[in-house]
Structure formats: C-alpha cells, structure tokens
Design a protein around this ligand. Structure first.
Ligand code: NZQ
Ligand code: ZN
Length: 388
C-alpha cells in the first residue's frame, strides 16, 4: 500500500430480504417533507412503490413525487428536480431505483440550494458544494453502479454531447441504503447483464493501475472471482437468490472506494464508454463492454505484469511454459469468453454508433493519466474504430 489515505464511508447499509424493515427507523432522523425520486415506472409494476409509499405515509411524511428519472439522467431533469426540491423545502430525497435515480438524487441534493449553475460548478469545474445539501436515502432496485454507497453522480448534457461523472465527498453519499436482492429479480435480462459488466469494469478500472502488490488488488481479485461465479449462475437462472444477492453485494464493494485505497486507478474505459453514452444514450454497462477489449489489448504491453496476474489469479490461466505475453492474452481471451456468455454488447455499432461519429466520440472522451498509458487522440480514435 504505497499511498496515504483516509477511508471514510458514512452510508449505513441494510441488506437482505428484510432490509426494508429499516426504512421506518431511518426516516425518523429527517424532517417531514420527502421527495420521492424514481425512474420510468418499474417500481409501480413490481410493487416496490406501494411498499415505500406505505412506509412514508405510516411515518406521517409529506410526499413530493418526482418520477420519470431516465436512464442516463439529463441536465434538464436535474434542473427541474432541483427547482422542485427547493420550492418544497424538501428534508430528505428518497431515491428508489437504480444508479440513474440515485445519481440524480445526489445531483439534486447539491443543486437545489446552489446559487451557481450546477453543471458548470460540479460537472465542468468539479468543485465541492458550498450550499446546503439535502440528505439522500436510497432503496436500490438494480445492481451495478455502486451509487448506493458512493459519492458518484453522472449527468448527461445532451446539448453539449457530454456525459460527465462527478465524485462528491462523503457529505453527499446516501445517508442510508436499503438493498433487498429480491427487488432485483424483475430487472430485465439485458439490464441485469449490463449491470454485471459494469461491476466488472469498476473493479478492472481500479485494478489495472500501478505496480505495487497492494491488499486492494487482492480484494479486487476476490471480488472479480466472486462475480464470475455468481454471474454465471444468474445467467443460467435469474431467479437464483444466492447469485443475485452476491452480485448486489459485489457491486457495492466494487465501487465504495475500498479497493482504490492506497493505489492509483485508471477509469479510461468509463471515459470511452461515457463518450458513447453521450452520443447514443446507450445503456451504461453495454458502452463499457463495447470498448473494453480494444482498450485493454492496446494498453496490455504497458502493464504486462498486471495482465499476467489478472490471467492467473482471476481466470486460473496455467502459466507453465508460456511467455508473459501469451498468459496475458489468455487472460483477456477468458474475459472475452465470459462477456460472450453474458451476452453483453461487443461493439459500438450495435449501440447505434458509426464511423462518422468517431471525431465527436474522440472529442467527448476525457483522456486520463492513471492507467498504464495515457492515450493520444489518435489512439482513442483507433479504439473506437476497433470497436465498430
Ligand atoms: O426507470 P425504471 O422504470 O425504474 O427502469 C429501470 C431502467 O429502465 C430498470 N430497472 C431498475 N430496477 C428495476 C428495473 N426494471 C425492473 N425491475 C427493477 N427492479 O433498469 C433500467 C436501468 O436503470 P438505471 O438506473 O439507468 O441503471 P444503472 O443502475 O445501471 O444506472 C446507470 C447510470 O448510473 C451511472 C451511469 O453512467 C448511468 O447514468 N453510473 C453511476 C456511477 C456511480 N454513481 O458511481 C458509476 C457508474 O460507472 C455509472 O457511470
Ligand atoms: Zn460504471
């Protein structure tokens, strides 16, 4: 562990089939006005909405409805929500949904009382909030982003062709999150596998950086091994509670900052994927899957030792008699085979991108320096070409 760090994760998590029992207790800490944020209506079909409203009403809360949070929440929606939260003097924002709804709730929480343009302040200048922050609580309905226990908030600005993630400090993390794996059983299969790939990508983004032999990397390997096992079981039988609960818990630990402690991290796959998302509005995990292999194959020579370790420790590639290059290639081949088993997107064409978009995709891609190689613009373009 080479770096100095402070680990502080203030989110209280309630996990399991009875996790919802904690909601009434948690609500006691907040004032009477609750803004109930949710997405396009899945929670009304599967009964989660009725359960949550029942608990809010029994607790005597005044509910301010704020539905219609879209996947890849937009700046327009954020500005509307912030105005609504302010006008109603909301005491708590309760996000019921996946990463989009929780990310949106965090963005509203720091924008409602913000005197500046929140897009400029948080998503372009990456500043911390100075205004009053409305507390957020979450009921998670789909596993993937880790938003339930982190400060991440990703907002899409359609006019600017940009999708940008801001990582806020602990003051913006959900105060509590309720994780009932049963709630994820109604997630459509394509969305489930997209979430699974998102989890894998979060772990790889933190793993493929640095050369030290950190505890964080060993934890990351354990999480990846667990995810491979549970994802295979879930793809075979989506009703497998054990598998779905392991996936949900892995998602949380993949991105609650623990495995980034004491080491550098990459995040370039997310930059490439977010550019695709900004231009096509494609599902987040699918955008990551579509660009991952060309990216990792390009940077592999610059971080070969880690790719060898990945092959051996995550995929069980046998090393005997093989060169490091061969072992690393076999590791990436195992990753590819697993991705095909899941049925994630293997190129950006199937997500609606085309060759003519490449200049705009390059423009929308932030080029970070934490990985094994900072990409040039030409290399970014080459990755998108190989992802077509
Ligand atoms: O909107 P509804 O009707 O609820 O349907 C949603 C949505 O269509 C559906 N869904 C969720 N739970 C369901 C369900 N359908 C049936 N049953 C359920 N139980 O699934 C669809 C996708 O939901 P969404 O919230 O968009 O998915 P996800 O959790 O993958 O979130 C994606 C967003 O999170 C951002 C992404 O960029 C994207 O905008 N990310 C946030 C991160 C963070 N906070 O740290 C990190 C990630 O890398 C990611 O960038
Ligand atoms: Zn992600």
């Amino acid at each position: 562990m080479e770096g100095n760090f402070t680990f502080h994760n203030p989110t209280r998590l309630h996990f399991g089939e009875n996790a919802m029992d904690a909601l009434a207790r948690e609500l006691g800490a907040f004032g009477p006005v609750v803004m109930l944020c949710y997405g396009g209506g899945s929670i009304k079909k599967n009964g989660i909405y009725d359960q949550v409203v029942g608990v809010l009403e029994a607790a005597g809360k005044k509910i301010v409805e704020d539905g219609g949070v879209m996947p890849n929440p937009t700046l327009e929606k954020l500005l509307d929500g912030a105005a609504k939260a302010k006008a109603n003097n909301v005491d708590l924002i309760l996000a019921v949904g996946g990463g989009s709804t929780i990310d949106y709730a965090k963005a509203v929480s720091v924008s409602a009382w913000c005197e500046e343009d929140p897009w400029q302040k948080y998503f372009l200048r990456f500043e911390e909030p100075e205004c009053r922050i409305i507390p957020v609580g979450a009921v998670l309905t789909m596993a993937g982003t880790g938003s339930e226990m982190n400060g991440g908030s990703v907002i899409t600005n359609r006019a600017a062709n940009l999708k940008v993630g801001k990582v806020f400090g602990p003051a913006v993390y959900p105060k509590f999150s309720i994780l009932n794996p049963r709630f994820t059983l109604t997630v459509p299969r394509r969305q489930m596998v997209s979430g699974i790939y998102d989890i894998m990508s979060h772990i790889m983004e933190q793993y493929f950086s640095g050369a030290d032999d950190s505890t964080s990397d060993y934890i990351a390997e354990g999480l990846m091994r667990s995810l491979v096992v549970s994802s295979r079981a879930a793809v075979k039988n989506p009703e497998d509670y054990e598998a779905r609960s392991n996936i949900m818990w892995t998602a949380t630990w993949a991105l609650n900052t623990l495995i980034a402690m004491g080491k550098t991290t990459d995040w370039e796959v997310h930059m490439l994927g977010q550019a695709v998302g900004a231009l096509t509005d494609a599902t987040h995990g699918m955008t990551l899957a579509a660009v991952s292999l060309p990216y990792y194959r390009m940077i592999k020579p610059y971080g070969l030792a880690k790719f060898v370790r990945f092959a051996k420790n995550v995929w069980g590639v046998a090393a005997d008699g093989k060169s490091d290059g061969q072992i690393a290639d076999e590791g990436l081949a195992a990753l590819e085979a697993w991705m095909r088993e899941l049925g994630v997107a293997m190129n950006i064409t199937e997500l609606g991108a085309n060759a003519a978009m490449i200049p705009d995709l390059v423009k929308a891609t932030f080029r970070l320096s934490g990985g094994y190689k900072q990409l040039t613009e030409d290399e970014v373009a080459e990755i998108f070409r190989q992802s077509l």
